[in-house]
Design a protein around this ligand. Structure first.
Ligand code: NAP
Length: 501
């Protein structure tokens, strides 16, 4: 079983003991960072005594020198002396850097020894990782730890491949990537058989870049339920940290009791990401900015609409074959249809529709509505983009400064005007609301845009970007799992996240 290990970075021994005591039962062990303890050397010795004698969990004693990314402020002999002291007081594991092994008296202690290697710049090629592993074994490691900086999601894939190669051997392995790109290695450690994965006490107390908190590991990614059979999904994006998709899909998997996890993949190069992660056993992806178009040529099959729109947001992977979909289109259309059913003056087929914006969202709606509404018009700040999209979808284009000449039955905003933080901006003049068109705003942050607020005040039927967003996630879930999505739970998660803004 892969343990969840929380790094304790308190500056005082008593606080460290309290922090260890406060952790939930799912946390199997703690790494106490002796190099974070403060005070003169004798005060630090007392802290170590206090921690080792009173810890309610097995501990790893780590005393990282500055050259290995740590904070140790005294001499090398004192650093080693403190580790030996922790070992003599019963610390179950002692972390010794590969570069320090020759100075460390392995035979003097009973504790298990973790021989660790850190690379704060790169994740080396697999052959080099194997060489480091062999060097750690040669020094007498009971457990080998390799932590390297990931600069792309593909680096994480290589580290997981390394882990898979060595995990079933007698010597335990800890293999992880640092940085946001390395998050998959931390969460998937149990799937690939790592000895442990690290987490921090809180966001403010990370001991390494990209480290998640124990709360995120347990309650967002359900770390303690991950095993070798867990299916892996995620969002391929850059940036990815703001994405709500991990919260939505992990909640859905948990609600439906599926053995699956959903991760943030910070992807710089879609081709190398696909080529390295799919062979590891990836089951599906959400795809968002800036990869919706770049992913297209990497698919084995695309449905007709996705090919036409020229952008995908969903990948289903079956037996290594990649199927691309665009759930944005069908999700937006079902939101629009149910708004029309709420009592719009005309049905969709006979309505005149104005789409404002000709970016990704505008394209999805224009292709989705092409040929199935009374009249389709596209307006955009950059008129040429509106003209190009209009020509491709049989619509007409109009300039933003002539919008008030039109009285469409339906107005759809697909620009980012009014989006957080510029929430007081309006994409169309307020006067256009007087004739009470149906108004659909693609923006979901804020939950209610100024456009929607003013539209409601004017008596218009409205549809929100929140409903679109939740709907496309529901459709993704159903494509991947062939099961009915827990729509209410998913919508609740999005709403909660957005309300916290
Ligand atoms: P995009 O491809 O970057 O397109 C942005 C659009 O907004 C373009 O038409 C752009 O016009 C226009 N725009 C930007 N700033 C403007 C300004 N100051 N004045 C007038 N027009 C401006 O982005 P996208 O992917 O289409 O997303 C657009 C919005 O839709 C975002 O708020 C996004 O969150 C939302 N969205 C929501 C969902 C959902 O599920 N609810 C799905 C997709 C998108 P130019 O062509 O002139 O630059």
């Amino acid at each position: 079983m892969t343990e969840l290990c929380v790094s304790i970075t308190e500056v005082d021994g008593r606080d460290a003991v309290d922090a260890i005591h406060a952790l939930p039962p799912e946390v199997g062990l703690c790494e106490v960072r002796l190099d974070c303890l403060q005070g003169d050397f004798s005060a630090i010795q007392s802290s170590v005594d206090c921690i080792c004698r009173s810890s309610s969990r097995p501990i790893i004693a780590t005393n990282r020198p500055k050259s290995e990314g740590g904070h140790w402020q005294y001499g090398e002999s004192q650093r080693i002396e403190l580790l030996l002291r922790a070992a003599s007081l019963g610390a179950q594991y002692i972390d010794v850097e590969l570069t320090s092994c020759d100075r460390f008296p392995f035979s003097a202690i009973q504790s298990q020894i973790i021989v660790s290697h850190h690379d704060f710049e790169n994740t080396p090629p697999l052959g080099e990782l194997n060489g480091i592993y062999d060097a750690c074994l040669e020094k007498g490691a009971d457990i080998v730890k390799i932590a390297c900086m990931a600069n792309d999601a593909a680096d994480s894939a290589r580290m997981l491949e390394f882990l898979r190669l060595h995990a079933k051997k007698d010597t335990g392995v800890i293999a992880l990537c640092m940085g946001e790109e390395g998050i998959p290695t931390r969460v998937l450690a149990p799937k690939f058989g790592a000895f442990l994965s690290f987490a921090s006490q809180s966001n403010e107390m990370q001991s390494a870049e990209g480290q998640l908190t124990w709360d995120q590991m347990l309650n967002l990614y359900h770390f303690n339920q991950i095993n070798e059979y867990t299916d892996v999904y995620g969002v391929a994006a850059n940036p990815v940290s703001h994405s709500m998709s991990p919260a939505i899909h992990n909640a859905a998997f948990s609600e439906t009791k599926l053995n699956a996890v959903y991760l943030p993949f910070k992807v710089h190069n879609p081709a190398s990401f696909i080529n390295t992660f799919v062979p590891l056993g990836l089951n599906g992806l959400s795809v968002t900015i800036p990869h919706k178009e770049a992913m297209l040529p990497l698919m084995d099959e695309l449905d007709h609409l996705t090919r036409k729109v020229g952008a995908l947001n969903t990948v289903n992977i079956v037996d290594g074959k990649l199927f691309g979909f665009n759930t944005d289109v069908s999700a937006a259309l079902s939101v629009l249809r149910s708004a029309v059913e709420k009592g719009a003056k005309k049905n969709l087929e006979s309505s005149s529709v104005l789409i404002v914006g000709a970016g990704g969202a505008g394209k999805a709606l224009a292709y989705g509505l092409a040929g199935s509404v009374g009249k389709l018009m596209i307006a955009n700040r950059t008129l040429e983009r509106a003209e190009k999209l209009a020509a491709a979808t049989g619509a007409s284009a109009c300039a933003m400064d002539s919008l008030t000449e039109y009285t469409p039955d339906i107005i759809i905003n697909t620009t980012s005007v009014g989006m957080h933080p510029n929430t007081e901006a309006m994409p169309v003049p307020e006067i256009m609301l007087q004739k009470q068109p149906l108004v659909f705003d693609a923006i979901y942050n804020p939950l209610e845009t100024k456009l929607l607020r003013k539209s409601k005040d004017a008596g218009c039927i409205t549809a929100s970007g929140f409903a679109w967003f939740a709907n496309q996630a529901v459709k993704q879930f159903e494509i991947w799992t062939k099961k009915k999505a827990p729509r209410k739970v998913m919508a609740r998660v999005v709403k909660k996240r957005l309300s916290a803004f």
